[in-house]
Design a protein around this ligand. Structure first.
Ligand code: ADP
Ligand code: MG
Length: 364
């Protein structure tokens, strides 16, 4: 278990910068997810921590040691890749033992470590098998086993679930959560899947445009997104944005007025907001409800309806061109082209012209 500190890391490939000024402090034993769209530099950052990519500027500490100039083998990390390659001609035992044999670990110690990892991952019965006899999920567990036997201070997972089908991904995700409790280790998971990040991580590092956009617990990221990128990337379907003007409402709180004047009360004191030429109101689907026409904030036309069984997503188009998604019951009678009322019932978010979010002060 080791603390990990990234201090002002930068990286470019040739003339192309891919990471800019990345600083992060991960506590010993913490599970952190790097979350962001494809190509934002997540794998590159993980590979820099592992020692598989060089560092152009900045420092990496694992535990008390500065490691950014050390070879991968000297860093005490183990990495599990999306495209894990097992040796097809070796048994599962041999696959898991391979790295330890290369590192000249004693035979008895190798056997003990492989047995322990196999027990944790519940793959003991496969030890004599060849990879070809295992399913994709079982092979992925062997790949994780190869990391566990190294007894690293830090586990690095690069999209370990991306190659699995949906059902197996869900099961393996739960296994990863349980594994985490059994291994007292610091873990970093790279993923583009917000559900994986939300469900597995103690803290999420949201990345885009070469930079860290926000660091926070899953619920901080969800409830208090730092900017429009984070607000859109986390949450499905994503938060909708309506053009509004601000005026003063009850108790000095900002009231966000739509084009036709209908206003939504926010929890944000108007006096705490900076001046901005434009404002947007962010509304998550669960804060938007479908009501009878004429009884809501405004009337809207249903653009289309998605029935998910337990709930129904109703995609609305407002008269001023704005669009948003409302949640209705699973038994909703909403139908395309219907005119309905839109009610806002739940937290809303304000975004200035620079796309920065403004939230009420956190309760202390
Ligand atoms: N070895 C490399 N040489 C040149 N460009 C690279 C190399 N590896 C990654 N890149 C580029 O760096 C950016 C970040 O890639 P990557 O870290 O793989 O993103 P992510 O894992 O978030 O999808 C991408 O634009 C990618 O094309
Ligand atoms: Mg990647």
């Amino acid at each position: 278990m080791a603390r990990v500190r990234l201090d002002r890391l930068s990286k470019r490939f040739g003339a192309v910068p891919v990471l800019d000024d990345i600083s992060l402090d991960i506590a010993a034993g913490e599970f952190v997810a790097f979350l962001g769209p494809s190509g934002c530099g997540k794998s590159t950052l993980l590979r820099m921590i592992a020692g598989l990519e060089s560092v152009d500027a900045g420092q990496i500490h694992i535990g008390d040691r500065r490691v950014d100039q050390l070879p991968p083998g000297g860093r005490g990390v183990a990495m599990v890749f999306q495209h894990y390659a097992l040796y097809p001609h070796m048994t599962i035992f041999e696959n898991m033992a391979f790295g330890l044999r290369n590192a000249k670990v004693a035979k008895a110690e190798i056997e003990a470590r492989v047995a322990e990892a196999a027990r944790i991952l519940e793959i003991e019965r496969f030890l004599p098998s060849k990879p070809g006899q295992l399913s994709g999920g079982q092979r992925q567990r062997v790949a994780i086993g190869r990391a566990i036997v190294k007894k690293p201070d830090l586990f690095l997972f690069d999209e370990p679930l991306s190659n699995l089908d949906a059902a197996l991904r869900l099961r393996t995700r739960l296994e990863l959560a349980q594994l985490r409790r059994r291994l007292d280790a610091t873990m970093i998971l790279v993923t583009h899947d917000q559900v994986e990040a939300m469900t597995l991580a103690d803290r999420i590092v949201v990345m885009s445009d070469r930079r860290i956009q926000q660091i926070g617990t899953p619920m901080e990221i969800y409830a208090r997104p730092a900017n429009r990128f984070v607000a859109t990337f986390v949450g499905s379907p994503p938060m909708a944005f309506l053009d509004v003007t601000l005026n003063v409402g009850a108790d000095g709180l900002a009231r966000a007025a739509l084009a036709d004047g209908a206003g939504v009360q926010t929890a944000m004191p108007l006096a705490d907001l900076p001046s901005s030429p434009t404002w947007r109101l962010g509304v998550r689907p669960e804060a938007a409800k479908v009501v009878a026409p004429g009884t809501g904030l405004v009337d809207a036309k249903i653009a289309f309806v998605e029935r998910l069984g337990d709930r129904t997503l109703v995609h609305l188009r407002l008269a001023d061109g704005g669009a948003l998604t409302a949640e209705d019951a699973g038994t909703s009678r909403a139908a395309m082209d219907d005119i309905v009322g839109l009610a806002i019932d739940g937290p809303v978010h304000l975004f200035d012209a620079e796309d920065n979010a403004h939230h009420p002060r956190a309760p202390t």
